[in-house]
Design a protein around this ligand. Structure first.
Ligand code: ADP
Ligand code: MG
Length: 451
């Protein structure tokens, strides 16, 4: 080990405490380079964490700025989430201002935001007025008033959209803050990963430094005792530190079965707002806005015809819109309200419209990923699962051959498609939430449910 680094370690331990030292500093490998020290860390998250929290202390422990070596924190293995190796973070100890700036940097820390789920794209009306006003207030008052904010309502009514809008506003608006936005299922998966790798301290720290934690679909926690316990502690830590918590669910807190009493009472302790099915006028407006956003505007008349033909779910409305737009572009003709009704009443078969392309787009959008992510060869867990589901659906509704699916997923081998189809088939037999996801995706693709 480099002598200078070795000499700095006891000072560093004193400065940041035993626990932080053993979690974050001890595992670092230090290599002497011509210009200074290269500190090797295992992944990007680790790199950001150490840079943000300990780089200054590391520099201080190495001695006065004039004589201390330059320090680079470098990821040794490519991070799962990043396709290319992450460049090192170079900071010369004398550059105190740039270090301070990086300490203040506020970003999305956990999870992912769907890019177009912003307030500007959200249609407000009688069915969601309270919920959307509450969401706006949360951005203004972060942690001070409506805490937690608990939004509940049926599938496809805009809960995920609204809470993502909160995330975007906090990240990019005036009140910038550190945001985490993920589903309860993703929270559980991260927890399992942390437990397996014995990294619970890192897991906890990662959540506890957030200014806003958005947990989507908390009904998923029902019956998952270990996840509930951990989430309870995360909740308490954030809440007592005055941080904002935002939750969504398909039912109100009292109706979530197998939820620990203490969590239920926390959920009920803030602002609860329901999101109801949109009115006809709202659905017309939503169809118009979605088409506009898609770069394929439609008239009020066509939007009204679409809104008349579908049920209350906005997802269903989107599915209908996609179908109408696809037929318009395939048949290259202008539509009338009568032809829209014909299309949506099933007179025009949906099947011919479902392409591998649209399955990929649909699954990517559902998981908040990009279509390229699914076509890529990256293996992050969330990505692999979404990819497997997309392949399964391609086989089911696009009726494409294994080889052509493999080709469209970045030129893979067809056996990997076969494997994915089998995995999903196997999983869906036991996993009710996967069945629900598949049905939702199928309804977006306008195909009948599978069981
Ligand atoms: P939920 O989380 O309640 O199941 P989502 O937020 O995923 O529903 O919404 C489903 C789709 O409907 C999304 O594409 C979303 O953009 C759209 N949507 C729902 N409500 C609205 C609304 N009021 N304005 C615009 N889009 C909406
Ligand atoms: Mg949702």
């Amino acid at each position: 080990m480099d002598a200078e680094w070795q000499a700095a370690l006891p000072r560093l331990r004193d400065a940041i405490g035993e626990r932080n030292f053993s979690v974050w500093i001890e595992p670092i490998r230090c290599v002497r380079e011509t210009r200074g020290l290269r500190l090797e860390v295992p992944n990007r998250f680790y790199q950001e964490w150490v840079t943000r929290n300990y780089l200054q202390s590391i520099c201080d422990a190495l001695g006065p700025p004039e004589s201390a070596p330059e320090v680079r924190i470098v990821v040794t293995e490519p991070a799962e989430e990043t396709p290319s190796p992450t460049p090192g973070t170079t900071v010369k100890p004398v550059k105190r201002e740039s270090t301070a700036a990086s300490l203040r940097k506020r970003t999305l820390q956990v999870g992912r935001l769907v890019p177009h789920y912003v307030f500007d794209n959200f249609v407000v009306g009688p069915s969601n007025q309270v919920a959307s006003q509450a969401a706006c207030q949360v951005v203004e008052t972060l942690g001070k008033r409506l805490n937690p904010l608990f939004l509940w309502g049926g599938v496809g009514l805009g809960k995920t959209h609204l809470v993502n809008a909160i995330g975007h506003s906090v990240l990019h608006g005036e009140r910038r803050g550190r945001v985490g936005c993920l589903s309860a299922e993703a929270f559980m998966n991260l927890l399992i990963g942390a437990l397996r790798q014995d990294q619970m301290n890192a897991f906890r720290d990662r959540f506890r430094e957030l200014d806003v934690l958005i947990l989507d679909d908390v009904q998923f926690l029902a019956g998952k005792e270990r996840t509930q316990e951990e989430f309870f502690h995360t909740f308490e830590a954030l809440y007592t530190a005055g941080r904002q918590i935002v939750l969504t669910s398909d039912k109100p807190p009292h109706a979530i079965n197998e939820l620990e009493h203490r969590l239920r009472s926390r959920f009920e302790g803030g602002m609860i707002a329901d999101v109801r099915p949109p009115t006809f006028e709202m659905r017309v407006e939503i169809a118009c806005r979605k088409a506009q956003l898609n770069g394929t505007p439609i008239s009020h008349e066509i939007a009204s015809a679409i809104a008349r033909c579908c049920g209350p779910s906005v997802r269903e409305l989107e599915g209908a819109l996609t179908r109408v737009l696809a037929i318009r572009s395939l048949e290259k003709r202008d539509l009338t309200d009568v032809s829209v009704e014909r299309i949506l009443s099933g007179a025009v078969p949906a099947r011919k419209l479902v392409s591998v392309e649209s399955v990929i787009e649909c699954v990517a959008a559902h998981y908040g990923l990009r279509a390229e992510d699914l076509r890529s060869h990256r293996r992050a867990r969330a990505l692999s699962q979404a990819r497997q589901i997309a392949m399964f659906l391609c086989r089911l509704v696009a009726h494409a051959s294994l080889a052509s699916i493999a080709e469209q997923f970045g030129g893979r081998d067809h056996t990997s498609v076969l494997y994915s189809v089998r995995v999903v088939e196997e999983r869906k037999r036991k996993d009710v939430s996967l069945q629900r996801t598949l049905d939702e995706l199928l309804s977006l693709l306008d195909a009948p449910p599978v069981h």
